[in-house]
Design a protein. Sequence first.
Length: 311
Amino acid sequence: MKSIYFLGECMVELKSIDDTTMRQSFAGDVYNSAVYLKRCFPSLNSGILTAVGDDALSKRMVEQFEQEQINVDFAFVHSTKAPGVYYIQTDENGERSFTYWRNDSAARQIMTFLDDDVIDKLAEADMVFVSGISLAILDNTELNKLWGVLETLRGNGVNIVFDPNYRARLWHSQQEAKSAFDRAFALANTTLPGVEDLAVLYGLKRADKVIQFCREAGCQEIVVKDGPSSVVTSVNGQMEVHPVKPVDHVVDTTSAGDAFNGAYLGARLSGFDVKKAVACAAKAAGTVIQYPGAIAPAEAFNHAMVDFVSA
């Protein structure tokens, strides 16, 4: 069975229903991607590499992982920490804003659990995914440990996947983020940047410039999300533009990129060529933004993806 592990943080999501009531669920960029990959490609092993607490919410979170058939072999339990929390607000155009309580979350301690035995097991995976958020939640000491782990995994043939997913509020400065991203790009075999992320940090405002930058960093498979209407890829030096039909009815854009990542990587692990993988990923992203929250209803999502899942 092909396998991928997503390293990072799942959080408690709160969203207003009315002035006095909120709905609670679980979400986070890597978790969202793991869910959508598994829904699209049930035969793949989609796992999360994270730390949770020993509290009731953490236990419910792990139960949710299992309900979504996410592998929890590397969902470690921290005895004194708890999960992070965020509150989401969405405007009339589906654009979202967040308030976070995550500075002391269990997931920030993930590196303390990655001993030699765990690393040896991860080295048997096909892919390990990290995002800019995965990097941002680690302090400098833990981040240096991560670089060593990723170097080891890449040396053992694991495809390291990096999505910049830049969130300014999680970094002390743009230079700090850029330094970490430089290292991540250099370690990645596959990268899935958005033009918007690299425009802020590197001044790269066109997809072809992003492709050139990622090639020079050493990435072999580059998938650039260039707004709602196109995706540009470069695989083994071959660049191709993939038009994407924008969605008319946008409710919540919260996890569009996460769904794209999960579906694309699952498609590639399943043997899809790049063109078909992009089409699958675009369909997944276009589906989830028609529903509120990070995780779309399973029945509706699976129905929308049936042509790709059964392919």
